[in-house]
Design a protein around this ligand. Structure first.
Ligand code: FAD
Length: 479
């Protein structure tokens, strides 16, 4: 099929060589490219000159050797669920999709590790771990589509960070291809390995700007099959934070999720969307979805129920539903996970992911709301968060949806974070969307060091150019 844009002679020649190297079915052009959506929220099509589908880490190396020689910029694609435009590609760029690097290579039940290729979807790793009576604890709504490589590149967080940490905490070993095609193998499965710099950390959370992750060794946890879940209504923000502190202690470290929905968010999804049966009245100011995981069911059940009774007795909770079955648990989580319902109800929607100290959250949210309403009286703000991680997700809907308005809204949300020592990105990364706001969360010295690292690993800016850090528009090809 015809290429998406007319390639330059150099690009045509490069694509010919890549076809020879990978085979025709591994080089997609034309509608095979434009039919792919690179942005989960806007459904924008892919504009790259071609999509390359290597089947082995060695083929990724070969691609990068050729692209390096031709100074050809590339963008890496995992499951395309990222939320900061990190997978967008320009018409003159090539996409490297890791969809065929999808093997689970080895599971070691004694060491408690699993070795996988980067294109494996998260859910398949969770299922493989469960089949071996273990668990892979990172979990997020996009589990069926997002890939381990994408999770590593974005240092994904999700629903159980409070107990198990982010993706970074699960990665024991990693393999990545550099911009010049060199393969860096840090695949040692050893938990303890202090032999010099921990190079794998460079690639975790750097959003594909320093290397292409091709394989990883991940840490597994023992299966914790007894799950206790409750949705509780809290009368105040103080009650929410006190409840969090109490549950951490009372549940003896088994608290695995503490997801808080502001009334506006809960009412919109549970009631107005028509997509769920509201499990609780929707008039309380805050709702928390609380989950605890343990291997020991009898003791765990009584611990959890006692903690809930105490919370009632102390006035921290005014209403609650405790899941009595897996199906009930799923329907409670379906409310929290219903991002599509939010998008449907609030379209056009601007979605934000920030972190800040819990003690400042309530003032931050009400300050943002006041500021938005003073500029756009019709503005709607709905909020939920992985509260125990200091992470809030804010969705804003206003009728104007121009670039200029978006910038003003971003200013309202991001500027207050500077004084609070907060972050403009808790877990989604920077991509293109937040790049120009990075100085709010990083000092000039930190930004300079990031630039030095980029320059050392990718001096020609071939990997995810312009993402995270702006690629200079003038002044030669090196930063
Ligand atoms: P992609 O979207 O394909 O890529 C994301 C970025 O990583 C891009 O910059 C890409 O170039 C780069 N990249 C991808 N693969 C590689 C690789 N192998 N090597 C180098 N760079 C690579 N995120 C959270 O953290 N927590 C959540 O709770 C959460 N919930 C979500 C819920 C929904 C419904 C959706 C749609 C998204 C959610 N996300 C969440 C965001 C997203 O799922 C994560 O960012 C995920 O880790 C991205 O993985 P992916 O394979 O889809 O990556």
């Amino acid at each position: 099929s015809a290429p998406t844009s007319m390639p330059t002679t150099g690009l045509s020649a490069l694509l010919e060589r890549l076809r020879d190297l990978l085979g025709d079915n591994a080089v997609l052009t034309g509608t095979d490219v434009t039919n792919r959506e690179v942005d989960w929220l806007s459904k924008a099509p892919c504009h790259a000159a071609a999509i390359l589908r290597p089947a082995t880490p060695h083929q990724v190396q070969e691609i990068m050797r050729l692209c390096h020689a031709a100074r050809q910029p590339v963008v890496t694609h995992g499951g395309l669920t990222g939320l900061v435009h990190g997978a967008e590609a320009q018409p003159e760029e090539l996409v490297i999709s890791l969809e065929r690097l999808n093997a689970i290579e080895h599971l070691d039940p004694v060491a408690g590790t699993i070795q996988v290729q980067a294109g494996v979807p998260l859910q398949r790793v969770q299922e493989a771990a469960a089949a071996a009576d273990m668990q892979f604890p990172v979990d997020l709504g996009a589990r069926g589509s997002c890939t381990i490589g994408g999770n590593i590149a974005t240092n994904a967080g999700g629903n159980r960070v409070i107990r198990f940490g982010m993706m970074r905490q699960q990665v024991i070993g990693l393999e990545a291809v550099l911009a010049n095609g060199e393969l860096i193998s840090s695949m040692s499965p050893m938990l303890k390995n202090n032999a010099g710099y921990d190079l794998k950390q460079l690639f975790i959370g750097s959003e594909g700007t320093l290397g292409i992750v091709t394989r990883a060794v991940l840490r597994l946890q023992p299966a914790l099959t007894d799950t206790r879940t409750a949705l509780v209504a809290c009368p105040s923000f103080d009650a929410v934070t006190t409840l969090l502190t109490r549950l951490r202690h009372q549940l003896g470290g088994s608290l695995s999720a503490f997801e808080v929905m502001w009334q506006s968010h809960f009412a919109l999804i549970a009631e107005h969307s028509g997509r769920h049966t509201p499990p609780l009245a929707t008039s309380a100011p805050y709702y928390a979805l609380v989950e605890s995981l343990s291997a020991d069911s009898d003791r765990h059940q009584s611990l959890f129920e006692r903690a809930m009774e105490d919370a009632f007795a102390q006035g921290l909770v005014e209403d609650a539903v405790i899941a009595q079955s897996g199906t009930q648990r799923e329907s409670l989580w379906a409310i929290r996970d219903d991002i599509e319902g939010i998008v449907e109800a609030l379209s056009p929607l601007m979605a934000f992911d920030v972190s800040l100290p819990i003690e400042h959250m309530q003032d931050y949210v009400s300050g943002v709301e006041t500021e938005l309403r003073s500029r756009w009286p019709e503005a709607r703000l709905v909020v939920f968060g992985h509260l125990g991680d200091g992470n809030l997700h804010l969705s804003v809907s206003i009728s104007e949806n121009t670039q200029a308005t978006r910038h003003e809204v971003e200013h309202c949300l991001y500027q207050p974070l500077a004084a609070l020592n907060g972050s403009i990105s808790a877990e989604h990364g920077i991509g293109l969307e937040k790049r120009d706001w990075l100085p709010i969360s990083r000092s000039p010295a930190e930004l300079a060091l990031m630039t030095t690292l980029k320059q050392a690993l990718d001096p020609h800016g071939l990997l995810n150019r312009d993402k995270v850090l702006r690629w200079p528009q003038s002044g030669g090809e090196s930063i």
